[in-house]
Design a binder for this molecule. Structure first.
Ligand code: PLP
Length: 377
């Protein structure tokens, strides 16, 4: 890049064209990340002509008026409803992604519990350990079972040893690698059995938070199962081209920890100051356009395709499997070439592909064929 003299239009066009062509070549081979690429937000493009900013609490007053707080509130209450929290009890905001939502939920948990010990499983997303360090929270990593779920015996023992401290439990509503859902009923039984005076459950529902509300037989996942806060990503199931997410918690908690800031005339309840005003519109558009029926159909198709993938792998002697209600198909780590070609994420001796809405059965057939043609060395 050079800033020495102003660029001419053709130079600008060349770079934009180059990036566009890179993106368009990659997207037909995107089978490894939980990112929904079926979307069209052309209706929203004119919004980029304005300096919009959602600084401040979407449920409060902000002096900066070019915002989409009203839409943001609708997104938060609609997600709260899906997570089984009555709108009148809910507070939350549209975040920059699942990580910010986890940070906010864990922050609220720390403030409510006062010097808790945090518990999270080995299979928990890497953002959680980072957040616990940033927030300086004592923490214990709990063993995982082979299927990716928390080992409840290890949780019980760890809490028992620390039973004089309040517990801040981070539960996975769908782990990143195996799509495992930590059992909220078991977790609550354990803290009740140990007669812990106080505990707080933050649910990391980045991906499966927008799957379980739309299946016939979901594992427990929401506020009706004892969750105190929940984080969902917007660029995963919603299909937002800009990373974003939603965090939902209880209004009574946030009321205790907000602070008023004079400069922007806003109640400072969010982690960030200036915030994206476009992403709430994107999430609103996705939710409104698809509706619950649309999401039910999308999710059912994804899970059907995932089952198809498991069968295709198995028929060809590759021991693939998936967790209940998860489109994450886990299989033995393939060769580096296959990982690279299909942008698959490996950990140790396994990898996964994820049947997002843009992933077709034909793509699955090609992945399986490539695994057979280029076997791991
Ligand atoms: C993707 C993911 C995250 C992080 O979300 P970002 O939106 O990438 O910050 C956190 N937890 C789980 C389980 C995830 O799958």
């Amino acid at each position: 890049m050079s800033m020495d003299s102003p660029a001419i239009q053709s130079e600008l066009d060349a770079r934009i064209h180059q990036v566009l062509s890179e993106f368009s070549q990659l997207s037909p081979f995107s089978a490894g990340y939980p990112v929904n690429q079926n979307f069209d937000y052309a209706d929203l493009y004119p919004l980029l002509a304005y300096a919009a900013n959602n600084v401040g609490d979407p449920f409060g007053y902000s002096r900066y008026q070019s915002n989409t707080h009203e839409t943001e509130r609708e997104v938060v209450t609609a997600v709260a409803d899906l997570m089984r929290l009555p709108a009148e009890d809910a507070w939350g905001y549209v975040t920059a992604g699942g990580t910010e939502g986890n940070m906010y939920g864990i922050y609220v948990g720390r403030e409510m519990m006062r010097d808790p010990v945090a518990y999270f499983s080995q299979d928990t997303h890497y953002s959680v350990l980072k957040i616990l360090h940033v927030l300086n929270i004592r923490n214990i990593m709990i063993r995982s079972q082979d299927n990716g779920e928390m080992d409840y015996d290890d949780l019980r023992e760890s809490i028992r040893i620390n039973r004089t401290s309040p517990a801040l439990i981070v539960a996975n509503i769908g782990t990143t690698m195996k799509g495992a859902v930590d059992n909220l009923d078991r977790i609550r039984e354990i803290v009740q059995e140990l007669a812990l005076p106080r505990y707080y459950i933050h649910a990391d529902a980045a991906f499966h938070g927008m799957i379980l509300p739309f299946v016939d037989d979901p594992q427990p996942f929401g506020f009706d199962s004892g969750v105190d806060s929940i984080a969902v990503s917007g660029h995963k199931m919603f299909g937002s081209p800009i990373p974003c997410g939603v965090v939902v918690t209880k209004k009574e908690y946030t009321a205790q920890i907000g602070r008023a800031i004079e400069y922007v005339g806003a109640l400072d309840t969010t982690l960030l100051g200036s915030r994206n005003a476009i992403t709430p519109m994107i999430m609103w558009y996705s939710m409104t356009k698809n509706g619950v029926d649309g999401f039910r159909r999308i999710v059912a198709d994804m899970l059907d395709t995932a089952e198809y993938a498991v069968q295709r792998f198995n028929e060809n002697g590759i021991p693939a499997w998936r967790a209940k209600n998860s489109p994450i198909v886990v299989f033995p780590r393939p060769s580096p070439y296959v990982l690279f070609l299909w942008q698959l994420a490996p950990i140790d001796d396994i990898a996964h592909l994820i049947t997002m809405p843009h992933v077709t059965r034909q793509m699955i057939d090609e992945v399986v064929a490539d695994c057979l043609e280029w076997p791991p060395v």
